[in-house]
Design a binder for this molecule. Structure first.
Ligand code: KG4
Ligand code: ZN
Length: 395
C-alpha cells in the first residue's frame, strides 16, 4: 500500500498539493486507552474520544496487557465511529489516517495499527505512523496553537507519564520537527512510581491523582527524601546523555517502602485498602479520613521529592542546551504541584513553560493526529510493512 496524497486546490508543499480540509483521523491504542480524534490541519480539534480501561485494570493495580488488547478490540470500532460523528465528517471526508506505531504494549499497539492499515487500504487514503512520545510533545504544541501562542525554539520537552520520563530538545526546521533525546529514566517512570507508592499505601489506581489530591493535606518536608542523583557508569548512557539529566525513581519507591516498614504502617494500610474496596467508585477524597498525619506527610514528601527532581533536572537541561521554552506533557503533567512548581520557576527565570489542558495531558488521539500533520505535508507516508514497534525510541 503506497497511497498518494490526494490532490486539491490547497497550498502547495514540497511533496505536492495539500488538501485545504486537512482532516486527519488519529488512532491511539499504545496502553490502556482506546482513542480516536479528528484534527484539522494539525491545529483544530474537531473531536477527541477516549475509552478508558481504568476500571478493568484497577483491581490488579496496573495494566494487564492481555486485557488491554481485548478491550482495544472491543472499543476501536465504536470509538472511531463516535470521533467521526462528533467531528461531523465521514470516512470519505478524511485526508489521512494516523496511528501510534510505538512505543507501548505490543498487543495493544497491534490493534490500532492493523485497524488503521485496513481503513487506509479500504479507503485508499495515506497512512501516517506516529511515535507516541512525539504525540505527547504535539499535545502541547496543539495547546499553544489553540491559545495562539508562538513557541520559542528550541524547546525542551519533558514527557512524563506512566511509561516514560524523557527529556527532548525539539525544534522545527522547514516544517519538520527534529528531536534529540537528552534525558530519560534508568528504571521506573515517574507515573509508575506514583502508581506503585499509591498501591503500597492502599490507595486507588492509577495512583497519581490520589497522591496529587492527598498531598495537599500533608507536610512535604516531614520525610527528608533527599535529591536523586544517578551515576553514569552502570547504565552506560549514550554519550549525549549526561548523568545530570538521567532520572531514577526506584530508590524513592524503596525509601517509601522502608518508611512504611519502620513505622509499622502495614495494618492501617490493609484497613484503608479494605474500606476503599468496599466503596463503589471510590475517589481520593474518600481516602482522606482513612489517612493519619504520618501517611499524609509521607504522601506529600514523596510527591515533593518527585516534583523537585523533575524540576531541577529539567531546568538544568534547559540551561545547558539553551532552550527558549519548556513544554511538559504525559499523564504526570496533570499533577498540580508539578504545574505550580515548574510555572513558578519558569516565571522566575523568564522562561516560558507550557502545559497542555488536562484532556490533552493523558493519552489521547488528538495528539497523534496533530503530530501526523507535518508528516502528511512532507509526504512522509507509511508503507504496507508498518507494524507495531513496542520499543520505538525518539531522537
Ligand atoms: O500519559 P498517560 O495517560 O499514560 C501513559 O502513557 O503512561 O499517563 C498515566 C500516568 C499514570 O501513571 C498516572 O498515575 C499518572 O499518569 N498521573 C498522575 C496524575 N494524573 C495521572 N501522576 C501524578 N499526578 C496526577 N495528577
Ligand atoms: Zn502516553
Amino acid at each position: 500500500m503506497h497511497p498518494t496524497l490526494p490532490s486539491s486546490s490547497g497550498p502547495a508543499s514540497a511533496s505536492g498539493p495539500v488538501p485545504a480540509s486537512g482532516l486527519i483521523l488519529g488512532i491511539e491504542s499504545s496502553c490502556d486507552e482506546t482513542a480516536a480524534a479528528v484534527v484539522r490541519r494539525g491545529a483544530e480539534v474537531l473531536s477527541n474520544v477516549v475509552a478508558s480501561q481504568v476500571r478493568t485494570h484497577a483491581p490488579y493495580g496496573g495494566v494487564v496487557p492481555e486485557l488491554a488488547s481485548r478491550e482495544h478490540l472491543q472499543n476501536i470500532v465504536p470509538v472511531v465511529r463516535t470521533a467521526l460523528e462528533q467531528a461531523g465528517c465521514s470516512l470519505e471526508d478524511l485526508d489521512a489516517i494516523a496511528v501510534t506505531e510505538g512505543p507501548g504494549l505490543a498487543g495493544a499497539l497491534l490493534v490500532g495499527v492493523m485497524y488503521a492499515k485496513g481503513l487506509a487500504f479500504a479507503l485508499n487514503k495515506p497512512l501516517i505512523a506516529v511515535n507516541h512520545l512525539e504525540g505527547h510533545i504535539h499535545a502541547v504544541l496543539l495547546e499553544a496553537k489553540k491559545q495562539q501562542q508562538t513557541l520559542a525554539q528550541p524547546t525542551l520537552a519533558l514527557v512524563v507519564s506512566g511509561g516514560h520520563t524523557h527529556l527532548y530538545l525539539a525544534e522545527e526546521t522547514q516544517a519538520t520537527w527534529r528531536y534529540k533525546n537528552i534525558g530519560r529514566t534508568v528504571d521506573d517512570a515517574a507515573g509508575e512510581a506514583f502508581d506503585k507508592v499509591a498501591k503500597l499505601l492502599g490507595l486507588g489506581y492509577p495512583g497519581g491523582p490520589w497522591i496529587d489530591w492527598l498531598a495537599q493535606h500533608g507536610d512535604p518536608r516531614a520525610v527528608p527524601f533527599g535529591p536523586i542523583t544517578v551515576k553514569q557508569k552502570p547504565y552506560r548512557a549514550p554519550q549525549q546523555q549526561s548523568p545530570r539529566f538521567l532520572f531514577s525513581f526506584s530508590g524513592l519507591k524503596t525509601a517509601a517502602l522502608r518508611y512504611v516498614q519502620t513505622h509499622a504502617m502495614a495494618q492501617t494500610i490493609a484497613a484503608r485498602h479494605q474500606t476503599l474496596a468496599e466503596i463503589a467508585d471510590a475517589k481520593p477524597a474518600d481516602a482522606l479520613a482513612l489517612c493519619n498525619t504520618e501517611t499524609l506527610n509521607l504522601i506529600a514528601s514523596f510527591q515533593r521529592a518527585v516534583v523537585e527532581d523533575l524540576a531541577r533536572k529539567t531546568f538544568a537541561a534547559a540551561e545547558t542546551f539553551h532552550s527558549a521554552s519548556i513544554v511538559v506533557s504525559g499523564g504526570v503533567a496533570a499533577n498540580r504541584e508539578l504545574r505550580q512548581h515548574l510555572l513558578a520557576e519558569g516565571r522566575r527565570r523568564s522562561l516560558p513553560v507550557i502545559f497542555p489542558s488536562l484532556e490533552l495531558s493523558t493519552d489521547n488521539a488528538a495528539m497523534i493526529a496533530a503530530a501526523a500533520w507535518p508528516k502528511f505535508v512532507a509526504g512522509d507516508v507509511a508503507t504496507a510493512a508498518l507494524t507495531a514497534e513496542p520499543s520505538l525510541s525518539l531522537g
